[in-house]
Design a protein around this ligand. Structure first.
Ligand code: NOJ
Length: 562
């Protein structure tokens, strides 16, 4: 007779929901437009709660939906405790949380603590109050160089190409690590610290289950030097905990305070750090006294390559053990070229880590999607194989909206329709990230392929119709059905966070076994690979089965359950 789990066990299970969860990232302005203004909204997400439940995800992560001038796709937040009126209201947000919770899904929201929008009331107050004021102390203002202070305090480059300092009317300069509309906050200022605690509680009290923390490694800075280092010097400074702007040890003081807030709730609220740091420093963010989990972008940066995939997994599982957290895996998000496209393009050259040198797809995007030639079918075939490989791994997986449809990156967006500051600040040298943010196709026919009643805010290409949800729903072998089935089986098979490599005798074929007889075999090569099994339960592409022998074609993954 089986007995029901004890209450304690049930509670701790709930507290650990994130450890092996599948989290689906929604870029709200491009998911569903319910009110017909061309921009996706919160009510649109609520209207697809059944779709998400059927897909089988455990949680939904929303990229910023806060009031924003959209200088950086919403990562320029003007008010941290509200919903952009173009996307809805707080009541709409509550209704969405209810709809997701009632279907068993958790809700994670994006928090952007490094910088606010220049439209934020604090920044406006800082401009009005002038140099030396407490209002200005919430940001990083500084006098310029040269006799009249007309030169920026340093020659540092922002992430979007321009100088990282912008001058205001009274002659001072403020720091912005990203676009000039995103002013960096001063995390030495107590009011800044307290206000973010208030924001965390505001959303946690509304039922939000977790937070994704934007550029978590950048918040604290030491700019006390009278003469700032040059950009070349800054870039050459070791990132060892004392770097002036990156991954400083003292950033952990902030997360220790945040952890106390998370633990005020039952189950404790979770957080995942977007921290681009050396892997040996990841545990600082991922340990349970800090944010508790950190993104691992290694797979997302790697090519479709057996040795790389194998080593990345081994390394990251070791790191997870060091931190006490679970590992995270991700192949696509709102910042990179979608993985079917990356895998369908030739690799141009590799850096010291063995990763392709250019942000993959950069040249292809610049050519408008013509050069080099994209092998769409092969890219999708590899992407499906990589996805099934990833979904079998111990730990949690982050999926990006539209990958379940096998969407490719969109290259054909005219300059006047582009939105990404990267495109504008580099005069098109870096095409930017709009191509993975094109609104989803829900139907093959109709206005904006079912996204909404009018043209979508980033135009969709004609071929989007072929990938629409209604084209794939219920169709055997479609990418959508593959994701649905894989997520259902993954839930059923879920087991301890362990993996054992299986020697296949072939460099191109990587296989691992989970503790309960769940096995994943990926053929990264192009030659077929044969083995004996009568327990294949899941395939990324058609395989051949004959009298207990499996012939696994190239670039294919299977799941076996013994
Ligand atoms: C990381 C986000 O993922 C990206 O989209 C954004 O542009 C920067 N942080 C700045 O907030």
């Amino acid at each position: 007779m089986s007995s029901a789990p004890s209450l304690d066990a049930a509670l701790s299970l709930d507290a650990n929901w994130w450890r092996q969860a599948v989290v689906y990232q929604i870029y709200p302005r491009s998911f569903v437009d319910a009110n017909g203004d061309g921009l996706g909204d919160i009510a649109g997400i609520t209207s697809r709660a059944d779709y998400l439940a059927e897909l089988g995800v455990d949680a939904v992560w929303l990229s910023p939906f806060y009031p924003s001038e959209l200088a950086d796709g919403g990562y320029d937040v003007a008010d941290y405790r509200n919903v952009d009126p173009r996307l809805g209201t707080l009541a709409d947000f509550d209704a969405m949380v209810d709809a997701l919770h009632s279907r068993g899904m958790k809700v994670v929201v994006d928090i952007v603590p490094n910088h606010t929008s220049d439209q934020h009331e604090w920044f406006q107050a800082a401009l009005a109050a002038g140099p030396g004021s407490p209002e200005r102390d919430r940001y990083i203002f500084r006098k310029g160089k040269g006799e009249d202070g007309s030169e920026p305090p340093s020659d540092w480059r922002s992430h979007f190409g321009e100088n990282t300092w912008t001058r205001v009317d009274d002659g001072e300069w403020y720091l912005h690590t990203f676009a000039k509309e995103q002013a960096d906050l001063n995390w030495n200022n107590q009011e800044v610290r307290e206000d973010f605690l208030k924001t965390l509680r505001f959303w946690a009290d509304r039922g939000v289950d977790g937070f994704r923390v934007d550029v978590a490694h950048m918040l604290t800075k030491d700019l006390s030097a009278e003469e700032l280092p040059s950009w070349a010097e800054l870039e050459a400074t070791p990132i060892d905990g004392n770097h002036p702007t990156l991954d400083r040890d003292d950033v952990q003081e902030i997360y220790a305070e945040w952890r106390k807030v998370f633990n005020e709730y039952d189950p404790p609220r979770t957080a995942v750090a977007e921290a681009w740091v050396a892997s040996d420093r990841v545990p600082r963010y991922a340990n349970p006294n800090s944010l508790g989990q950190s993104f691992n972008f290694d797979l997302l940066q790697a090519d479709f390559n057996p040795a790389h995939f194998h080593d990345i997994v081994t390394h990251n599982l070791e790191l997870a053990e060091t931190s006490g957290s679970s590992s995270t895996w991700v192949l696509s998000n709102h910042d990179v070229v979608r993985h079917p496209t990356r895998y369908g393009l030739p690799v141009v050259g590799r850096n010291a880590d063995g990763n392709p040198t250019e942000r993959q797809g950069g040249a292809w995007l610049r050519s408008g999607g013509t050069e080099p030639e994209l092998d769409r079918a092969r890219g999708l075939c590899r992407a499906r194989a990589a996805t099934l490989f990833m979904l079998g791994l111990p730990g949690s997986t982050y999926l990006y909206q539209g990958e379940e449809l096998g969407l490719h990156e969109v290259a054909e967006i005219s300059p006047d329709k582009r939105q990404d500051p990267r495109f504008f600040n580099t005069q098109g040298e870096d095409i930017g990230r709009d191509g993975c943010r094109v609104p989803l196709p829900w139907t093959a026919e109709g206005s904006s392929f079912g996204f909404g009643a009018v043209e979508a805010h980033i135009p969709q290409p004609v071929w989007f119709g072929e990938c629409a949800v209604d084209v794939q729903e219920g169709v055997h072998g479609s990418t959508l059905m593959m994701y649905q089935k894989a997520l259902r089986l993954r839930r059923e098979f879920q087991t301890d966070e362990k993996l054992e490599w299986v020697d296949t005798g072939h460099d191109a074929v990587v296989a691992f076994r989970r503790p309960n007889g769940w096995m994943v075999v990926t053929n990264f090569g192009t030659e077929p690979y044969g083995f004996v099994s009568d327990a294949v339960v899941m395939v990324s592409s058609p395989i051949f089965l004959y009298e207990g022998t499996v012939t696994l074609p190239g670039e294919t993954t299977v799941w076996i359950k013994e």
